[in-house]
Design a protein around this ligand. Structure first.
Ligand code: PHE
Length: 470
């Protein structure tokens, strides 16, 4: 069907669910709890919150304003700010595109584990238990099975595309309005189970107990860089996402409120994820880890040790992770689609476009790159290293999350803080006084740029294990 308008959110709740859905993802579930535990517990949380307030909220309102003011996807939006800024817009579409190469694969993993636990509920041979393997071996045999991972990845891409092709309000918003509250209630259910397991207190202590040791010497720089990188990825910033979602906002929406609600909700979910996951891990006598190992090995071990109810909680948990991942994946795909729609609108005389067709081709391109990352099987097939990373997932992540994301946020802060300081306040003031304008201007000028430089250096340090800060 040919369309003429790019679409708009139906109401504020719908927009918020979509935006929070983008923010809440694998980063919250497998990154935050572990990083918090390892980097000082409450002390880390304190720094994280400072970063959310002084940087996260600031960049969120900046990106939403750029989107709403220009009404365009990320490339067109930055070009509207000034012709020479177009490259920053391109960063904002290349990053989400590259992130999708592994995010959709990981989404496929969550589907696999939903199926495995479902099988266990019915005592079927295709469940995890039917395999007779230890959880670590089970995971390894799955991620190195190229055919299986490619199929699950493809299913996840198709599901993402199915929502995006429905359009902004009829697809993304409708889906998020159901999925996000569902995620929240499932998380609460998992928390209740997790904290009532014998030995759960140890896990809570791991996540929350303040530890100021980590700040010793230059340690605080490490903590700061870790928190900064985590905050940016988790809030979906520096990726064109909030620009894109902002471009579908009505002119009478209050940007001030929205740009506070999204980061706050994301942070609450991240902390709740720690309460859901770590007590169970410690109750089962396991060591906490980060990344895929935590979700697919440690947690599956927990469910396998729970007895009869285990598979039910396992299914619930992986379903929750699946929702977190797909709402993020949707926002990534929409950002790319939106740019292509703009290009099409510019070129076509009829000023119309076929979103379904554009979504199809963008999803096909995503699937192509995701197949490569899936074939690499987390580095299990001896593929050549790219950019010195041991898995292709890490190579893609290095370019996008490691480099382009902090650069995009850094340039955005310089443009909106120093070059066009009225741009954001003017847009925000459409809906009444910008009550915290002074605070905003101070942060965007003086706080965000140095933090972004630190995050950039911190990311490069982590990816190449340079040990700059140690
Ligand atoms: N914020 C998502 C997470 O925490 C990931 C993401 C990053 C999504 C960038 C969109 C853009 O997992």
């Amino acid at each position: 069907m040919e369309q003429h308008k790019k679409g708009q959110w139906g109401n504020q709740f719908g927009f918020l669910m979509a935006a929070v859905g983008s923010a809440v993802g694998l980063g919250n579930l497998w990154g935050f709890p572990y990083k918090m535990g390892k980097n000082g517990g409450f002390a880390f949380l304190f720094i994280y919150i400072l970063l959310v307030v002084f940087v996260g909220i600031i960049i969120t309102i900046t990106e939403l304003s750029i989107g709403r003011k220009t009404g365009k996807g990320v490339v067109g939006a930055y070009r509207d700010l000034g012709k020479k800024y177009a490259p920053i817009g391109w960063f904002g579409v290349i990053s989400p595109f590259l992130i999708m190469s592994f995010y959709t694969m990981l989404g496929g993993y969550t589907l696999k584990y939903m199926v495995a636990n479902l099988g266990d509920i019915f005592g079927a041979s295709w469940g995890y238990q039917g395999s007779g393997m230890a959880t670590g071996d089970y995971f390894q045999s799955f991620y190195s099975d190229q055919l299986q991972t490619c199929i699950y990845t493809a299913v996840f891409v198709v599901l993402t595309a199915a929502v995006v092709r429905g359009g902004v309000s009829q697809g993304i918003e409708k889906f998020s309005k159901v999925a996000m509250p569902a995620l929240f209630f499932m998380l609460l259910a998992v928390i209740v189970r997790s904290v009532t397991l014998p030995g759960a207190g140890e896990g809570l202590r791991f996540v929350f107990e303040p530890n100021f040791e980590v700040f010793k010497g230059s340690g605080w720089v490490n903590v700061f860089a870790a928190a900064g990188g985590q905050a940016f990825f988790s809030l979906s910033l520096g990726m064109g996402i909030m620009v894109t979602y902002g471009s579908y906002l009505k002119k009478d929406e209050d940007l001030k409120v929205n740009s506070i609600v999204i980061p706050v909700a994301d942070t609450i979910i991240a902390v709740l994820a720690g309460v859901a996951i770590m007590p169970a891990v410690f109750a089962a006598g396991l060591e906490p880890t980060a990344g895929p190992g935590l979700l697919f090995v440690t947690l599956q071990t927990v469910f396998a040790s729970m007895g009869a109810g285990g598979p039910i909680f396992g299914f619930l948990m992986y379903f929750l992770v699946f929702i977190a991942a797909i709402t993020s994946s949707i926002s990534l795909l929409e950002t790319v689609v939106s740019v292509v729609v703009d290009l099409k609108l510019e070129r076509s005389e009829t000023k119309s476009f076929d979103k379904k067709k554009i979504t199809f081709w963008c999803a096909a391109a995503v699937l192509a790159e995701a197949i490569f990352v899936s074939l690499d099987g987390l580095g299990s097939h001896g593929f050549p290293q790219i950019l010195g990373q041991s898995t292709w997932l890490d190579s893609m992540d290095l370019v996008s999350e490691g480099v382009l994301m902090p650069l995009s946020a850094l340039f955005t802060a310089i443009i909106c803080g120093w070059i066009m300081p009225r741009f954001v306040p003017d847009e925000v003031e459409r809906n009444g006084k910008f009550t915290w304008e002074k605070f905003y201007m101070f942060c965007i000028k003086f706080v965000v740029p140095p933090v972004m430089v630190l995050v950039l250096v911190g990311q490069i340090d982590t990816f190449f294990s340079l040990g700059i800060f140690s």
